[in-house]
Write a protein that binds this ligand. Structure first.
Ligand SMILES: C[S@@+](CC[C@H](N)C(=O)[O-])C[C@H]1O[C@@H](n2cnc3c(N)ncnc32)[C@H](O)[C@@H]1O
Length: 211
């Protein structure tokens, strides 16, 4: 399998009207997410407990650089494949943000002590997921930590409100924990795994290592 994916010269274009709307209204989307996710309490908790703040942090598919609202690290690098999103991130934080596809990270092997993918995996379809994970494994130091959060796929019968919101999310690849773990175990060991509730949704959180 080849994972060399370049961002097209004219940038990555959103495919659906929902993705276009989300990209065009970052402030509004952040406010809605903050309300429905109870001020991001799950992600904040995970960030504050799981990272080694002495080491470099690679924030993969960083969006607006949300984690910088929570941890202040001098050694932060954010990558995302949306130029528009990165422009917004740069207007908020004096940090380095680079346009890059998560399936082809332009860094040397073992560059980062911490890799983070927060609420990203439901944007990555199955056919791209192996490349995405292989690249993270490659750039993570051997003794590094990979922190993952992602919403659990909501079921209409059990969690109608969350199910409704997931229909209007830009991502189309929400996964059950079993599905996600099947992918993760191909490349990582699970050091810690738990679920946490935040607003209307339930999140799955994984702390992963290479061995
Ligand atoms: C729901 S946002 C999450 C942003 C941020 N991690 C957070 O927690 O606030 C998902 C982000 O993934 C980015 N993204 C999706 N697929 C990507 C890929 N293959 N490479 C890089 N970024 C990607 C999108 O541009 C979007 O900014």
């Amino acid at each position: 399998m080849t994972c060399k994916t370049q961002i097209p010269l004219n940038g990555v274009q959103p495919e659906t009207w929902i993705q276009r709307f989300i990209e065009a209204h970052p402030r509004l989307i952040h406010a809605i997410r903050s309300f429905t996710e109870q001020n991001f309490i799950v992600k904040k908790r995970a960030l504050l407990t799981e990272l080694d703040l002495q080491g470099w942090i690679l924030d993969i598919a960083c969006g607006k650089g949300f984690i910088l609202d929570v941890v202040s690290s001098a050694k932060y690098l954010g990558v995302d494949y949306s130029e528009k999103v990165l422009r917004y991130a740069k207007s908020l934080h004096q940090k380095t943000f680079i346009a890059m596809d998560g399936r082809a990270l332009g860094f040397h092997d073992q560059s980062f002590r911490n890799c983070i993918a927060m609420d990203v995996f439901h944007h990555i379809p199955d056919e791209d997921f192996d490349c995405f994970l292989q690249e993270i494994r490659r750039v993570l130091k051997n003794d590094g930590v990979f922190l993952v959060t992602d919403p659990v796929k909501a079921k209409l019968s059990r969690d109608p409100l969350s199910y409704f919101f997931q229909r209007f999310d830009g991502g189309n690849s929400f996964r059950d924990p079993e599905e996600l773990i099947r992918f993760l175990l191909k490349y990582f060991k699970i050091k810690k795994q738990y679920f946490d509730k935040s607003g209307i949704g339930t999140w799955q959180i994984y702390v992963l290592t290479k061995s």
